[in-house]
Design a protein around this ligand. Structure first.
Ligand code: ATP
Length: 323
């Protein structure tokens, strides 16, 4: 293999640039030519490739987002779209592809591999919902952004004796909410994985009030049945009393664009570098991830069919520690 390409796909995640840099420099060190694909699978279909040298990835390790751009691309989900993408890759003489992204992106990598195009995935999504990696690129930074916000909101909540609902990202996965809730000392955490009725959450907030807490912080996952907006509505419509005045804040995309933490820069570097090592060794059709602190590979077939559950220890701890 002499020519490989790298793309970033799905939601951008802090640390993607570290992974791109590692792919490029490890590839060059192995005598490969490395191409960057612009805007994820959309760029693959359009043939938007640019050759990347070592200087092209200089001074990007500290930057959030992705220098290659990312996109959500519907045409790639059709066989015709993927056939066109493979024709573009062959046309440019590219023989292997590194896909940096989350669940959907790895489903795309798997589909390419099944059609005979050598692909290796790198686990990257702030949602941390990807099977095959305990932790994915971007999670640590997103968590720290959420924590900063929670710490700040707690100050104002205390000053005004308020309950604050803080909605964090994560799509259908409650990982960010659970971890930010525990590390941020939340009084209650609302997750997509555990259905809790508004009455039970109101009771929990009221109990904090009765115990004399100056504030109550409820961390709510955006994918929960009752997200922050629906929870506020339910409290009003059902006349649920919680003691405090209630306010809600949706953190949204602010969690995505931050400067990557040291942990995300190192994770991006390790996973990106290992992806090239696997490709050079002729091992493709797999995801490179990190489990129990070690680099691991998992077949993309297993990744796309796997479901990563929340850690039961943290789920239990969330209840005990909120007292
Ligand atoms: P994040 O977790 O950050 O949202 P993601 O990789 O899960 O990232 P998606 O929007 O689900 O983000 O997927 C990114 C792109 O991957 C899609 O726009 C599409 O082009 C491609 N893709 C998704 N699912 C499939 C599939 N089943 N087959 C082929 N391609 C897919």
């Amino acid at each position: 293999m002499r020519n490989i390409a790298v793309l970033t796909s799905g939601g951008d995640a802090p640390g993607m640039n570290a992974a791109i840099r590692a792919v490029v420099r490890t590839g060059l060190a192995n005598g490969l030519t490395v191409w960057g694909v612009e805007d994820g699978y959309a760029g693959l279909i359009e043939g938007s490739f640019r050759r990347l040298g070592t200087r092209d990835v200089g001074s990007i390790i500290q930057r959030g987002g992705t220098i290659l751009g990312s996109a959500r691309c519907m045409p790639f989900q059709t066989p015709e779209g993927r056939e066109l993408a493979i024709r573009r890759l062959h046309g440019a003489g590219i023989e292997g592809l590194v896909v940096i992204g989350g669940n959907g992106s790895q489903a795309g990598a798997h589909a390419l591999q099944q059609m005979g195009f050598a692909s290796v995935g790198v686990a990257s999504t702030i949602d941390n919902d990807l099977f095959g990696s305990d932790v994915t690129i971007g999670v640590d930074t997103a968590l720290n952004v959420a924590l900063n916000a929670i710490d700040n909101l707690k100050v104002t909540a205390s000053s005004h004796r308020r309950a604050l609902l803080v909605e964090v990202m994560g799509r259908k996965c409650g990982y960010l909410a659970l971890m930010a809730g525990i590390a941020g000392g939340a009084e209650a955490i609302v997750l997509p994985e555990v259905l809790v009725e508004p009455e039970a959450i109101a009771q929990r907030i009221q109990a904090a009030y009765d115990r004399g807490k100056p504030h109550a912080i409820v961390v709510v996952a955006e994918g929960a049945k009752y997200n922050a907006g629906r929870l506020c509505e339910a409290f009003q419509q059902r006349n649920l009393l919680v003691g405090y005045e209630i306010r809600s804040t949706v953190l949204g995309y602010v969690q995505r664009g931050a400067v990557p933490t040291c942990a995300d820069r190192l994770l991006g570097t390790r996973l990106g570098s290992e992806a090239v090592a696997q490709m050079v060794a002729g091992h493709t059709g797999l995801l490179v991830g990190m489990c129990r602190g070690e680099l691991v590979t998992t077949p993309l077939e297993t990744v796309v069919n796997g479901v990563k559950p929340l850690d039961p220890w943290f789920l239990k701890a969330a209840d005990v520690l909120a007292q």
